[in-house]
Design a protein around this ligand. Structure first.
Ligand code: THU
Length: 136
């Protein structure tokens, strides 16, 4: 799976964002270790706090379909769906990643377009995290 395909998928997912309050549209493409992609978009709510981020939409779709082995996620976002800068995952989404992904190897790709992207490992975006093994 090359990065460009994952970036294209995240941009496609962003087109389905439901963001009438912030106007900030986000798309995510979550890659499983077996090569499947689960897309997600942000879904806002008039009561604000029920809003779900694009990343969590993708994770919850995948986990609810029985997938738990993930290799990478690509995230794109911008006001009105115009991509001008990198959109990093919020703290809550980083914690959801921590539940299912290996901090050492899980790749987080932040993209502006197919040519302009940055890649991080979960351990760098969520250092000294709390995870399932803490409760084992
Ligand atoms: N948002 C995401 O979907 N993912 C992030 O990582 C950052 C924020 C959404 C939530 C809300 O709908 C909008 O962006 C503005 O915060």
């Amino acid at each position: 799976m090359d990065e460009k395909e994952l970036i294209r998928s995240a941009i496609d997912a962003m087109s389905r964002a439901y963001a009438p309050y912030s106007g900030f549209q986000v798309g995510a493409a979550l890659l499983t270790k077996s090569g499947e992609i689960f897309q997600g978009c942000n879904i806002e709510n008039a009561a604000y706090t029920p809003t779900n981020c694009a990343e969590r939409t993708a994770f919850f779709k995948a986990v609810s379909e029985g997938r738990r082995d993930f290799a990478a996620i690509c995230i794109v976002g911008g006001k009105g769906g115009v991509l001008t800068d990198y959109t990093a995952p919020c703290g809550v989404c980083r914690q959801v990643m921590r539940e299912f992904c290996d901090p050492e190897t899980f790749r987080i790709i932040l993209a502006v377009n197919e040519e302009q992207y940055r890649e991080y490992r979960l351990k760098d975006l969520l250092p000294v995290g709390f995870g399932p093994e803490n409760l084992a």
